[in-house]
Design a protein around this ligand. Sequence first.
Ligand code: 13P
Ligand code: SF4
Length: 318
Amino acid sequence: MKTEKNSDIINEINRLKKEKNAVLLAHYYQIAEIQDIADFVGDSLNLSQAAQQTDADIILFCGVHFMGETAKILNPKKKVLIPDMQAGCSLADSCKYDDFKQFKDKHNDHLVISYINCSAQIKTLSDIICTSGNALQLVNSLPIDKKIIFAPDKNLGGYLNRITGRNMLLWDGVCEVHQLLNAEHIIQLKIQNKDAVLVAHPECNNSVLELADFIGSTQAMIKFIKQSEERKFLVATESGIIHQLKKDNPDKEFIVVASDESCACNDCRYMKMNTLEKVLHSLQSEEYEIKLSEDLIKKAQQPIIRMLDMSKSLGLIK
Ligand code: 13P
Ligand code: SF4
């Protein structure tokens, strides 16, 4: 919402960004006001690449903690800030270092592919990082008989197993936002909106994915809808995506699939912790800084760089 107070905050954010040579990166799940002032808005894959390529002195990452960590791992010499240290992620939280290390040690002949939604510590135990924007292609690029552990999202991993015919070992983690979406409610919405196309994020559970007309990462859904001739869409993912969808398609209709009728929204409580006020505070005080040891950065960097290199050679990013 544009208010006089917001305009003052935005002006000050822009002034400080220039003065401090800071770049503001934002995920599509951020509130609309933050997306609008960001230098770059993207999904996890685009944002990792933007973080890798920036020449700013400060990266202010408006997303969640693991995203800030990833930016720091790719830019050890830069100052990486996030507006709120409490902005975590249920998926990342589901996979703790000691538990995962034990699991990995039990299956030590397996390659470990980890979804980027995990802690820097889990990244050090991984061979390749992936995002929802490249997971399918990265998995497909490996020999079919390769033994693989996929962590931490069992929904994305299960989806990949089904469409690739593999049998990757899955960690038992979920995204609390996507996991809550359920087939019963979607079927009701489909009955009420027979002309609507259902798009879904692969973090949704299988009963939802089975109903979807299109499954893809945040960026892939945005691209699909922009190119589609259809006019009405049921959108099964976090509500922040709607801001970009409306900007791109003012004449199309979007119905956000929430967990049930009583809930009007479908927000990630972590992503929505960031506010314009906190962004301003972050730039003013240069808080909250992501700090990681050199050793952790060195070990966590390899699987992320591998992902970016593989994504480039597969033509997924430039
Ligand atoms: P993508 O950005 O890869 O679509 O993932 C969505 C998500 O849950 C980010 O936390
Ligand atoms: Fe984590 Fe889900 Fe929130 Fe993304 S939407 S940050 S996966 S809890």
